[in-house]
Ligand binder design. Sequence first.
Ligand SMILES: CC(C)(COP(=O)(O)OP(=O)(O)OC[C@H]1O[C@@H](n2cnc3c(N)ncnc32)[C@H](O)[C@@H]1OP(=O)(O)O)[C@@H](O)C(=O)NCCC(=O)NCCS
Length: 145
Amino acid sequence: MEIRKMIAEDIPQIAQLEKDCFADPWSAASFTSELSNPLSTWLVAVDGDVVAGYIGAQTVLDSADIMNVAVLPVYRRTGIGEKLINCLCTHLSQRGARSVLLEVRVSNTPAIRLYEKLGFTVVGRRPNYYFHPKEDALIYRKEGL
Ligand SMILES: CC(C)(COP(=O)(O)OP(=O)(O)OC[C@H]1O[C@@H](n2cnc3c(N)ncnc32)[C@H](O)[C@@H]1OP(=O)(O)O)[C@@H](O)C(=O)NCCC(=O)NCCS
């Protein structure tokens, strides 16, 4: 499994993975636009030609926001999510971030366990942040990148 920067050729597989994972998926066009956003960092985990997972964040000054992370169902629980976050944090630190924030559905136990394992802690809650279904978000932060 190799972790590398996302390229345009990865986008069709990522757009499909988004549709499979999220009720409000990002479009292929959104990812295309993100690849030319100087504030953004997008990484993929690849197994040969298969994009097994991806993650992305935006950095403003010394603070970063993780926008999305997902792993193909058949590759889950093999450590890819953990590798993607750790690798992303290294990239974010190199571009000056000292802390990273993210939102997660309160019911998303796999993601919450992953973030807590990697040292993220809850710093807030946004009521009704998500739709389809409507649900609160927990805000997690990790300091000292
Ligand atoms: C959340 C997600 C990215 C985790 O990816 P993953 O590659 O399966 O995670 P890893 O294998 O790296 O797991 C690392 C740790 O996370 C936790 N974890 C991951 N999946 C879990 C699950 N189903 N149940 C409980 N804990 C889980 C465990 O602590 C695990 O460590 P362990 O295997 O030593 O117990 C994946 O489940 C996913 O793509 N979910 C759908 C998309 C999504 O919800 N993204 C998050 C949006 S905020």
